[in-house]
Ligand binder design. Sequence first.
Ligand code: FPP
Length: 254
Amino acid sequence: MQSPPSTARPDGERPGFHVAILMDGNGRWATARGLPRPAGHQAGADALRHIVEAAPDLGIRTLTVYALSSDNWHRPKREVMGILRMLRTRLRAQAADCLQRNVRISVIGRRDRLPRHVLAAIEDAERLTRDCDGWHFRIAVDYSARHAIAQAALRAAHQGGLHEASPTGEDPAALALFAAGMRSDLGPDVDLVIRTGGEQRLSDFLLWECSYAELYFTPTLWPDFDGAALADAVAEFRRRDRRFGRVPALVGAR
Ligand code: FPP
């Protein structure tokens, strides 16, 4: 028998949930209309605005979107710079909007390779919305999960989580410290991953945080993904039977 739908986690953490989105399909959306690829990214940014409006009413308390992966630097420079310029402009508008809606904006990913004007827009958006506590909108820019995990591991190791007495990490206390250090550096666990555009992969996005995420793939191209499509994805998520490695009756029990 199917256990009742639940978004609860074994650790009993917060009632809202965390959705992560890979916004794929902008280029194909533009090409299908005889438009240049940047027009697809602009349409994608419009779609994102609607998703940010729709998210809180669906119970989403954290939304993380993949705006630019570290591997996207391998695209033609013109396209990457175009996305970054658009990001700067949209971020400024989005920050004002989020302030009004009591939404905190954070940007995750590397900052050492971003143009100064993009960095300034990121810092402004974060500063402007830092006291907003309605819900949390996170944007991944120059992001690589492998890089984030490696950085977190290095920092945790430096903080003394692992020591010479347990080079293989069998000491449970040292391991717990290490994991705590990792966790403080990485984001909250993801409950639902949505990928638009028909591909079915994670592409180096939030690999640590997605350990128990439900995966939802849709052929809809990102610029066509709207509030109703998000509601469909959330409804499917609520029907899923989440067990976190346990047997159904014990989910939620400690
Ligand atoms: C992937 O589609 C999309 C991107 C690389 C860019 C996504 C960025 C946005 C939607 C703007 C975000 C704006 C803010 C303010 C966060 P693709 O180009 O890979 O599409 P394709 O697979 O059809 O070629």
